[in-house]
Design a protein around this ligand. Sequence first.
Ligand SMILES: Nc1ncnc2c1ncn2[C@@H]1O[C@H](COP(=O)(O)OP(=O)(O)OP(=O)(O)O)[C@@H](O)[C@H]1O
Length: 286
Amino acid sequence: MNAIEIKNLSKHYKDFSLDNVSFSLPSGCILGLIGENGAGKSTTIRMIMNTARRDSGEISVLGTDNRLPAFQAVKEDIGVVLDEANFPEMLTAKQVNNVMKYTFARWDEAMYFDYLKKFALPEKKAFKDFSRGMKMKLAIAAALSHSPKLLVLDEATGGLDPIVRDEILDIFNDFTRQDESHSILMSSHIVSDLEKLCDYIAFLHKGKLLFCEEKDRLLETYGVVHCSKEELAALPKSAVQGGTRTSKYGGAEALVLRSKVPADLKVDYASIEDIIVFLAKERSAK
Ligand SMILES: Nc1ncnc2c1ncn2[C@@H]1O[C@H](COP(=O)(O)OP(=O)(O)OP(=O)(O)O)[C@@H](O)[C@H]1O
């Protein structure tokens, strides 16, 4: 079963179109949604939560069409963290617990206070006096503490220091590995985090989905060559994917399909960041 299934999703704003996007998040997996600023990630996430209207397309979340009244009950099973973590300004973390326990049937008070401790969050300080990182940590603690099956995270680790981020990535990893019905959709600009954590990567570019693919398959398929401009020009056209760049030594760098490159040319590892930067470079030049 798929935790999220999106088919032919479109949304038009005055200056932007999300164009016929389809992808799925298989249950038990983590999918990273990548894209430059304004690519349409938050718009997609808002439509998954049905807080933004679509023009067309189908979205099913945990097996339920998210436009049906039954989706209200499904929301109990979804932990959401948006890039602007928002709780009422005057509430303290302790008071957030009082609100949440009446909001979510499976709210786990002990787990919530454990996370507060783990994230070094004060119980009695008003939310308005939290730093951005503290606000994100509180939102993550709250999202995890109502026993969700699906986490939907929009830039949830932005603003966190590398040590806390690493700790939180471990928590997300444990969340999916300890129960195979647990899944995560997360957008982030920190592509190295997504490369570390995700099973699938979906790449949105200017409202179009360029790919949604298993991470391991992407890493097997693509490589980077560092060679002379002449060697690059001699490669089969189908080998080079995306734009090219000049290296600092005057040679050339390109993203290639490993299977199409002659055996005598060395192909280096392409990170997920390399893959999306090269592919976006070509698309932007068109
Ligand atoms: N309510 C709205 N009205 C008009 N345009 C909108 C609205 N919401 C989003 N947009 C536009 O849709 C486009 C995509 O925005 P979105 O927030 O989905 O991008 P994003 O990929 O999440 O970007 P970022 O990484 O900067 O957060 C942008 O051009 C934005 O201006």
